[in-house]
Design a binder for this molecule. Sequence first.
Ligand code: SF4
Length: 314
Amino acid sequence: MMLVFGPVPSRRLGVSLGINHIPPKRCSYSCVYCQVGRTKHMETMRQDFYPLDQILQEVEIKIQASEKAGQKIDYLTLVPDGEPTLDKNLGNLIQSLQAYSIPVAVISNASLIDISKVRDDLTMADWVSLKIDAVIEEEWRRVNRPHRLLSLPSILAGMQSFRNRFQGEFVTETMLISNVNDSVSAMQGLSDFLLELKPDKSYLSIPIRPPAETWVKSPDIDSLERILAFVNENLPFMEVIFESEKADFVSTGDLGEDILSITAVHPIREKALALMVHQAGGNWHVIEGLIASGKITCIQYRDEKFYLRRFPAH
Ligand code: SF4
């Protein structure tokens, strides 16, 4: 089994070599939007998964191949298809990876951050991302569907305690789901928590790829507009990620239809849309036509414009 993939371009980390050191879907959460499907093995017990030597050997091969190809790697990223802090050897792994003199990043769901050994392990990384989708108990249960032994107040306290001692770059990630964690009170609660936590950066996303549950939807246009205005006013360190890391535009020959299908999945930045129109040999009149006919709409966020599909009200 391949445990190392890439390097791949990452919006947050530049060029990232991904390390998948947990078997698929061994997780303490079963998030409704998870791209890997529902969690079959819900767990909170830290354990041994793959031998350290095996992981390091694969990392070494990839680094050498990248060097040969003249490809610089910005981060070695622990981003498994499960929860990285379930790995009992996480601290050892991070320490061993530091021998390559490439910064180490970890993307965690934060569910075990109330365990002091987990905090010790994560402190060794250079960049840590912790998930925070909800600070209201009921919403946390609905969106993350946590293991029954987990406690939200403990996790929030653990995040704060980690923040107080972590010297590296500290970011948070929040996924917004329509009618689950996108209400005014949900955003206010999240904002209060983040303002106290003071991460270097917070990322706000919406589901882009197929989620574990088919009912999961991105907030509608009105909610997105309200949320973006709120973020703009209250959370200067928050950045929105509405598009996938990779270009997902494949022309079918009908530019109008292509734009409708892409903007139905996620909002698209004006720059990306202009490039797409250009590559398809079209011009901006197509976009103006779609806006005039009410099929797509444009929302402004800070100095950027996003275009998204407007569906008829039922
Ligand atoms: S924490 Fe990550 S891997 Fe676990 S269920 Fe949620 S999205 Fe999937």
